[in-house]
Design a protein around this ligand. Structure first.
Ligand SMILES: [Mg+2]
Length: 326
């Protein structure tokens, strides 16, 4: 059990040699003594339904600092349905000067759709505060390339922004596979044939499953495996925890404090690639009580309980300890 200290709300003062602070520093929760202002826009809570999205408040190229990298599926929502307490938790973090960068391996929704889903959960998010496996995959594609895309709008949007040309069938420079419900034998045959004729096979991600309130559905990795097997090749994979996604996250966040996710093989590995602590929440694909290896720095039932304990621990006299695994 490792006590965590509350660094960012404390008044300005020099660091001490308190053992609790030393433990926190070792855990990656680095003590800071300067209060961070909260941007008015970023703290706004939007009530559903939302017809108009708020305008972005920052430059898309601006790097956020003091950041938590937070997964979406299984952390913020399940199939678009907000996990209880998540909006209040995010508002609490923002009020304490924490910036949120939402990193998802789900390539299906467009950025506008992600913003609308978040707004319907009561959370306002700038477009630049999403990083997606669709964007990471598009970064692997040379501008001007032809792409056969077995994927939804999010991947198509990212490819078009990259300057790629999406083709419906036939030869292509790249076959890109993302999560989609439009997947059948004919599409599988088209993709495998294009790869056999020389196309690169790129997967937005290889998550085997996709969490929903009703249970696990096949993930993009299941579709990608079918294409790779039929084409007898190994795909390039873009999303968490692979280098394209790591580079994308680093390009958006200057000072990452924590990575929060529900899947150790992707979110936990992303944290390790970023050399940051990983907080595993049991609100998605990982059943409560699971203790994966390597162990996460922190475990919590969900984002709400993680943030509640984090905030409580930050109080000057707090003795609360998080459920740390060693
Ligand atoms: Mg997830």
């Amino acid at each position: 059990m490792l006590p965590l200290v509350g660094p960012m709300l404390a008044p300005t003062r020099p660091q001490t040699k308190d053992p609790a602070h030393a433990s926190a520093a070792n855990s990656g929760w680095r003590p800071r003594w300067r209060r961070h202002p909260c941007g008015v826009q970023s703290c706004t809570v939007v009530t559903a339904p939302v017809l108009e999205e708020p305008e972005p408040t920052r430059s898309p190229t601006a790097k956020a600092s003091n950041v938590w990298v937070v997964d979406l599926d299984g952390v913020v929502w399940l199939a678009g349905q907000a996990i209880p307490g998540v909006a209040a938790a995010i508002e609490e973090l923002r009020a304490h000067g924490v910036r949120l960068l939402f990193a998802t391996n789900n390539s299906a929704p467009t950025i506008a759709e992600l913003r609308a889903r978040m707004a319907n959960c009561g959370i306002a998010v700038d477009a630049s505060d999403f990083v997606t496996s669709a964007q990471a995959a598009a970064a692997l594609v040379a501008p001007g390339s032809t792409v056969l895309a077995l994927a939804e709008g999010g991947a198509r949007e990212a490819l078009e922004a990259r300057g790629a040309r999406i083709v419906a069938d036939g030869d292509a420079d790249v076959v890109l596979v993302g999560w989609t419900r439009r997947f059948d034998f004919d599409r599988l045959a088209q993709a495998a044939t294009a790869v056999r004729r020389g196309a690169r096979l790129i997967g937005t991600n290889d998550d085997p499953t996709h969490p929903t309130p009703q249970g696990l559905l096949p993930g993009s990795g299941a579709l990608l495996a079918a294409v790779a097997t039929a084409a007898e090749t190994r795909p390039e994979i873009a999303g968490k925890p692979n280098p394209a996604m790591v580079a994308l996250v680093r390009s958006r966040a200057a000072d990452i404090h924590l990575v929060v996710g529900d899947r150790p093989s992707t979110d936990g590995a992303l944290a390790r690639a970023l050399d940051r602590p990983f907080a595993l929440v049991y609100s998605g694909v990982t059943p409560p009580g699971t203790h994966p290896h390597p162990p996460p720095a922190i475990t919590a039932a969900d984002l709400g309980s993680l943030v509640a304990r984090w905030v409580q621990e930050r109080l000057p006299t707090s003795t609360v300890e998080l459920d740390e695994q060693h």
